[in-house]
Design a protein around this ligand. Structure first.
Ligand SMILES: C[S@@+](CC[C@H](N)C(=O)[O-])C[C@H]1O[C@@H](n2cnc3c(N)ncnc32)[C@H](O)[C@@H]1O
Length: 192
């Protein structure tokens, strides 16, 4: 990420933190990914050479910006899905100048509609308790060698436990939780 983009990302994150501090309703907060988690995720995208990238949970576009910036290096494209349109997201992504497709939809419905093995990197950052009901689509849509990333694994262990159990039980996946930010779980689908 170049310095201009880094400065803009830091500004967006600071705005989000200020907004969230004044918002008592958790579901109305922006809840941006921690910058160090975003940086790690962007590096994973680059290392994996991911080109078809799907994010569930756009909010104001903070993590989308990191993913879309990294996707320029792989020639990739980010699709970010959210159940609602957040004020400012269009302007934030336009100002960042990063290409990203946005879809307003339920994450589970969106994944259900994708073909098998059509995604290189899937980032889940929505309501964690819903993920289990989305199965098997989060893993079905990943190509062999594809990566599933999920945040809040250390901050909300009980909420993600069912999904981690599903991943653990799947012989095609190997995963590790990285103690960065709120805990980023990374799982890779075995390459053929
Ligand atoms: C933690 S925030 C995402 C933060 C964002 N990834 C970032 O770092 O800037 C969670 C987002 O998930 C969205 N969301 C909640 N349930 C969803 C669902 N079923 N499908 C898609 N998005 C959902 C919310 O509207 C909210 O924008």
């Amino acid at each position: 990420m170049d310095q201009t983009m880094r400065t803009f990302a830091a500004e967006l994150f600071a705005q989000g933190a200020t907004y969230d501090a004044a918002e008592p309703d958790r579901l109305r907060r922006l809840r941006n990914l921690e910058p160090e988690t975003a940086a790690l995720l962007a590096m994973v995208l680059r290392i994996a050479g991911a080109r078809r990238i799907v994010e569930i949970g756009t909010s104001n576009g903070y993590s989308t910006l990191w993913l879309a910036d990294a996707a320029r290096a792989t020639g990739g494209r980010v699709t970010s899905v959210d159940v609602q349109e957040w004020p400012g997201v269009v302007g934030n992504l336009a100002r960042a100048g990063v290409p990203a497709e946005r879809v307003i939809a339920d994450g589970g419905d969106y994944l259900r509609g994708l073909p098998d093995a059509s995604v290189d990197l899937l980032f889940l950052d929505a309501e964690r308790v819903e993920y289990e009901s989305w199965w098997p689509h989060p893993v079905r849509v990943l190509r062999p060698g594809g990566v599933l990333a999920m945040d809040n694994v250390l901050s909300h262990p009980a909420e993600v436990a069912p999904v981690l159990a599903l991943l653990d039980a799947d012989p095609e996946f190997t995963g590790e939780t990285v103690a960065v930010g709120k805990g980023l779980h990374l799982a890779v689908r075995r390459a053929p």
